[in-house]
Design a protein around this ligand. Sequence first.
Ligand SMILES: Nc1nc2c(ncn2[C@@H]2O[C@H](COP(=O)(O)OP(=O)(O)OP(=O)(O)O)[C@@H](O)[C@H]2O)c(=O)[nH]1
Ligand SMILES: [Mg+2]
Length: 304
Amino acid sequence: MSNLVERALNGEVIAAARLMRLSDDRREGYQVFMKEIWKKTGHAHIIGITGAPGSGKSTLTDQLITKFRAAGKTVGVVAIDPTSPFTGGAILGDRIRMATHSLDEGVFIRSVGTRGNLGGLSVSTMDIVAIMDAMGKDIVIIETVGVGQDEVEIAMVADTCIVVTVPGLGDDIQAIKAGIFEIADIFVVNKSDRDGAERTSNDLKMMLEITPKRDEWTVEVLKTMAEKGEGVDELIERISIHEDFFKENKLKRRKLNERLVHVAYGAVKEKLVNDIFPPDKIKALIEDGNDPYTTVEILWNNIK
Ligand SMILES: Nc1nc2c(ncn2[C@@H]2O[C@H](COP(=O)(O)OP(=O)(O)OP(=O)(O)O)[C@@H](O)[C@H]2O)c(=O)[nH]1
Ligand SMILES: [Mg+2]
């Protein structure tokens, strides 16, 4: 095992950050150490937080970190920013908001860009989650904006998936994407200081009643005021109940396997695009006058 991996597994932040960078840049040989890392995963409880932009996911995450830390748990956070990988306002916002935890050694926060990923969580994002898990973090929170593939994929990789909504959806509950009811383990109506919180909450509950249950788990709707920390204790408790439910029903192993399949599938796609169907080669073949199917055939025959 490489020295860097060993140091990261011992919880050394600098080593872990370096591994994350190497994986993110897809540097030569990153697979070698990621194999070691993935073998050591499965300890952390992974919480996905998704929801519309500005619904309060980061504020809520910040509150959750405080509570988990008070309970003696170590926490990793991966915040996915769909806009700009380095200079986006949201990243800056997250940094400032979560700055209170920056001196706490038990908290490791990392922002990543989606970098025009084909949609959903990139493999390197999942590598970061794996590194946090392998280094011994008890909880890893993934915050992602609920757009496109992201929210479906977060449900695939997270043990507990929290969907954050805000009041005001009441008039047109149809506006809530149907798929959302299938991915949430817990619903949160944040900003419940605003008008219509009760109604939004009731509407969600009504919709949930007609949604088939998964694994006999009851999806609850909780109201929070993340800014003031209200309702956060109840949320923590519900997360903990879900974690127990998970373990008792042996879902943990199933979810872990789902996560591994998901990442392997992403890695396969990445390898196919990089090694067999690189965009520049596709472009060159098309420019030579080939149709799309002939292009694929030529590239495919090249590897045989
Ligand atoms: N009124 C009210 N405002 C809140 C509450 N919670 C968060 N906010 C505010 O809502 C705004 C957005 O909060 P964020 O936590 O950045 O939301 P987010 O979902 O992480 O946003 P993105 O990451 O940009 O999608 C901030 O100005 C918060 O202060 C709340 O309970 N009530
Ligand atoms: Mg945020």
